[in-house]
Design a protein around this ligand. Sequence first.
Ligand SMILES: Cc1cc2nc3c(=O)[nH]c(=O)nc-3n(C[C@H](O)[C@H](O)[C@H](O)COP(=O)(O)OP(=O)(O)OC[C@H]3O[C@@H](n4cnc5c(N)ncnc54)[C@H](O)[C@@H]3O)c2cc1C
Length: 393
Amino acid sequence: MRESAEAIVIGAGIVGASTAYWLTQFGLSDVLVLERAVPASGATGKSGALVRLHYPNPHETRLALESLRFFQEWEVRVGTPSPFVCTGFLQVVAPEDEQKLRANVAMQRALGAPVELVTAQEVAELEPWRDVAGLTVAAYEPESGYADPVAATLGLLHRVRQAGAKIRTGERVLAIEVEREQVIGVRTERGHIATGAVVLAVGPWANQLLAPLGLNYGLVPRRVQVAIFRWPSDLAPRHCCGIDTSVGMWYRPEGETSTLVGLEAGVVPADPDQYAETADAAFVPAARAAIARRYPELAHGIARGGWAGVVMQSPDGRPLIGPVPGYTGLFAMLGDSGTSFKTAPAVGRALAEWIVHGTPAQDLSPFRLTRFAEGQPWVDATDYARPHRTVSR
Ligand SMILES: Cc1cc2nc3c(=O)[nH]c(=O)nc-3n(C[C@H](O)[C@H](O)[C@H](O)COP(=O)(O)OP(=O)(O)OC[C@H]3O[C@@H](n4cnc5c(N)ncnc54)[C@H](O)[C@@H]3O)c2cc1C
C-alpha cells in the first residue's frame, strides 16, 4: 500500500518545525516532516537569530510581536528549556533617517509593541562602553534579544514527535506530485508518499522544487557571513542586540564574553548545496572595524572565528507566505530574506491555520505570492536608506 500522511512539511528548519508544531497543536497527528539532511542544517542553524520587533511596516511587526510572545512563553508552550535570551535591542539609523525611525516607533507602539525612543544620553546610560557620538535618538526594545536557533528547532520538533507526528531525516524530496493542479503527494529519494497538503519550507533550496511546477518568484540564494570577537578586557559584554543601518551592521552578544557581528556588505548569490561555510579572511577585519565604531574596545577584539550561511532573498526583500496559486493543497514560506527566524512562530501558525481552518487569523495578504505577477512588489515608505539591502538580521 502506498504510504500516506494527512499533511507533509518539507524542511526541518525553524519554519518547517514551527508549522509542524502548530499543525499538531490544531489536532493533526498524521503529519510527516521530511528533511534532506538534519534539522536546522539550512539557514536556521547558521542564524544570528535576533528576536526583535523593529520593522518599517505593521505586517511584519505583528508577526514579530506574536513570535516574541511565543519565545517568552517557550517553556509553557513547547515544554523544553527556553532558547531565548533577553538582552534588549537597539535600532540605530543614519541622521537623515531619524524621522522614519520616529514614525516606525509610533507605528510599533500603536500595535502594542514594547518599543521606546531613547536619547543618546539614555543609550550611554544603558551601555556606558558605547560611543554615542553623532547619535540623536534610537529605538529601544527592552524585551527583545536572541535565541539559540538549533535548540529552538529541536525543541519544536521534540514537541511535534510527542504529539504523534513523524520526522524523517536524510530524505530529500525530489518532487511535489500534482494531478489536475491538486497536490496528491511527494516523491522522495525513498519513494512516493500520498497527501493532500504540502508545506514548502525549504529555505534557499526552494527553486529546486518550484521550477518543475513552472513557478519562478525571482528568488535568489545569497551567502551571509558573521564573525565572533572576544572582548579584550573584563568589560561586561552583555550588551544589547542591535542593528545599525548607518554602519550596515547587526550584532548580538555571543556567550558571556564575545560579540557576534554581521554586515550587509558582501552578501552574494550562492548555491546552498555548495558554498564556503567559513567566513572569508577579509570579512573578519571588516566586521571588527564596523563593531569598533560603536564599541571602541572591540577594535582589539580577538577573532574567535566565523561562518557563512545561505538565505533566500526575494525580489522585494520580504517573505512570500501562503497558498501557492495554481496548486490546491500547496502552501509555502519562500524568500525568508534573512529575517525570518524571529517570525517563524507566527508564520508557522498561519500556515497551519491555512491548512486546518482554511484561512489564517491574521491578514497575511501583503505577503501573498502573487504580488510580483500583479506588479505590486512590497515597498515601505519608512524603510531606511542603506548602501546595501539588509538581508540578515
Ligand atoms: C548568518 C545568518 C544570520 C541570520 N540572522 C538572523 C537574525 O538575526 N534574525 C532572523 O530573524 N533571521 C536571521 N537569519 C535568517 C533566518 O535564519 C532564516 O530566515 C530562517 O532560518 C529560515 O528558516 P527556514 O526554515 O525557512 O529555512 P532553512 O533553515 O534553510 O531550512 C530549510 C530546511 O529544508 C531542508 N530542505 C531543503 N530542501 C529539501 C528537500 N528537497 N527535501 C527535504 N528537505 C529539504 C534543508 O536541509 C533545511 O533544513 C539569518 C540567516 C543567516 C544565514
